[in-house]
Ligand binder design. Structure first.
Ligand code: NAP
Length: 529
């Protein structure tokens, strides 16, 4: 079948891309491997899974009736509510007729003779399309570490990102969780409620701030909805694309007194969520400022966890915000429970999994249920697992062998008419991703419209623009604390992956302005034919 745009993935990115591209008269089709729309919120359904950005901000802005009429029940929506929202959007905008579920893209090759993409899916069907939009999500390829003996484990092995749909009853079980990132921090308190014993294997202690979740305040909802468009516009001028109600302190962290600093941190701690990182504007760029914020959180951990030695083991030592901050409900307090044990595997890595537990530091730890909260092969994982080839048959995996070369985070030299949503080289990981999606999709729609109006068939990043962009992404990262820990932003969580800083840390407004300027300049840095 011949179509204008094939969209890979029916998460929030794919749904909006379909709606938007249709609205400008293009024949677009979504191919989705899962049996449902919803992407991340279809796959990640472990206990406690919920968004870490407030739902009034983590939601679509493109349609005023939608944002007025949809009501979120909580400040931070849970996974089931987010999945209902994705389904509502699919129905409301009549998207389903152009979505093929249970259809995994296995191959996509650019045919230079016809300037078309030839795509093959796992059911043997083939498709031809002028353009491809990859809406595969930066965090959709689960990372399962190659622990020796994993297959020998006698009980269930669960991964946070591939949770059984019928749920898991941990009642009376001896459970192990490997990992202490965002997924683990959300699930650990709830697993501890049910399990007989819970053992958490920690490689790196995490910073977690309280979500202060609860029912959505009707007054706040009414206030925001009274001028939702203005609220969204103000958010789009914020570094992270959200949080416009709370400006950072006017002065740098170390220029205020210790008392004032503490009061500012405390106020943000009480508000909850990411607001702590925005208390001062220099938290992520100044080492001393960062250290002050980090020490504030360590003080909180020491205040919550009653056993001082255990509290110290839970205190992170890397810069705060360097790995994505975790947003929790009762995480540190869970370690006060007598049936919960913390095992450090940072210095003494997990050696092997046995039928009844695992061995680390020469000692076997027993349990009957194993939960891997070990994260994702971020950004590049979803695309390098597709047989995706550009000009000259070059596989994307080869092109990205030393890191994900790209221009504006949207395009890759040698891969004409292919656009990546919220991929490496864009600010997606540091923003409310739906805001990032809308900016990307609108830019892509304008770009295709411009190309078609010009009578040209292909557009691709020039190698030169791509090289300069990647240099810029690295340069921006070097001004921040981000390179100073082993995060998924750097690929450092995946053994053998090149250590390259992948997202752009410039802030959303600077990035969006740059994308707009490139378009205004006739798609500067792109080659058209
Ligand atoms: P993650 O942040 O990458 O955490 C994975 C955890 O597994 C880390 O603690 C990591 O330790 C550990 N780990 C990995 N391999 C290991 C090994 N071989 N041995 C021992 N420990 C190992 O993954 P995630 O928690 O799934 O979160 C990923 C991202 O998804 C988040 O940063 C966030 O952007 C998003 N997310 C958001 C929410 C939310 O609150 N809305 C919830 C879940 C996920 P190291 O730290 O030492 O690498």
């Amino acid at each position: 079948m011949r179509i204008d745009v094939l969209i890979v993935g029916a998460g929030f990115g794919g749904l909006y891309a379909l709606h938007k591209l249709r609205s400008i008269g293009l024949r677009a089709l979504v191919l989705e491997a899962a049996p449902s729309v919803g992407g991340t919120w279809w796959a990640n359904r472990y206990p406690g899974a919920r968004v870490d950005i407030q739902s009034l901000e983590y939601s679509y802005s493109f349609d005023e009736p939608l944002q007025q009429q949809w009501h979120w029940s909580e400040r931070y929506a849970s996974q089931p509510e987010l999945l209902r929202y994705a389904n509502h959007v699919a129905d409301r905008f009549d998207l389903r007729r152009d979505i093929c579920l249970n259809t995994r893209v296995e191959q996509a090759h650019f045919d230079e003779a016809t300037a078309l993409w030839r795509v093959r899916t796992d059911d043997g069907r083939t498709w031809r399309a002028r353009f491809i939009v990859t809406a595969v999500g930066p965090l959709s390829t689960p990372n399962t570490p190659a622990f020796p003996g994993l297959d020998s484990f006698a009980g269930p092995v669960l991964h946070s990102a591939r949770w059984p749909h019928e749920g898991v009853d941990f009642g009376g079980r001896d459970v192990a969780v490997i990992g202490t990132g965002s997924s683990a921090v959300q699930m650990i308190p709830l697993i501890a409620e049910r399990a007989r014993t819970l053992t958490v294997f920690q490689r790196t202690a995490a910073y977690a701030v309280p979500a202060r979740n609860g029912p959505l305040d009707p007054e706040r909802e009414a206030r925001i909805k009274a001028d939702y468009a203005g609220f969204r516009a103000r958010n789009r001028r914020m570094r992270a694309g959200f949080g416009c109600e709370l400006a950072p302190h006017a002065l740098p962290t170390m220029q205020v007194s210790a008392e004032e600093r503490q009061a500012q941190f405390e106020q943000r701690w009480q508000i909850g969520g990411f607001s702590l990182l925005g208390a001062f504007a220099d938290t992520l760029t100044d080492a001393r400022a960062n250290q002050a914020c980090a020490e504030f959180v360590r003080g909180k951990i020491r205040g919550i966890v009653r056993d001082p030695a255990l509290a110290e083991r839970l205190c992170p030592t890397h810069p705060i915000g360097c790995k994505r901050l975790c947003v929790d409900t009762g995480y540190y307090d869970t370690y006060n429970r007598s049936h919960v044990t913390l095992v450090d595997v940072g210095g003494t890595p997990i050696e092997r999994i046995t039928p009844r537990g695992l061995v680390a530091g020469g000692r076997e730890h027993g349990f009957d249920t194993l939960v891997l909260a070990t994260g994702f092969d971020a950004f590049t994982g979803p695309l390098t697992r597709i047989d995706l080839r550009g000009r000259g048959g070059l596989p994307i995996a080869d092109k990205w062998r030393d890191g994900p070369l790209n221009y504006l985070g949207l395009a890759v030299a040698g891969f004409p008419n292919l656009f990546n949503l919220v991929g490496p080289g864009s600010t997606s990981a540091f923003t409310s991703v739906i805001t990032a999606i809308e900016q990307h999709v609108d830019w892509i729609a304008d770009c295709i419209g411009w190309l078609d109006a010009s009578g040209r068939r292909t557009i691709e990043a020039s190698a030169d623009a791509e090289a300069r962009w990647v240099q810029w992404v690295n340069h921006v990262a070097e001004q921040t604390v981000y390179p100073h820990c082993n995060s998924w932003y750097l690929g450092a969580n995946i053994p053998g992956k090149p250590r390259v800083f992948m997202p752009l840390a410039s802030g959303f407004p600077a990035y969006a302005d740059r994308c707009a300027a490139v378009a205004r300049d006739g798609y500067a840095g792109f080659v058209t034919r």
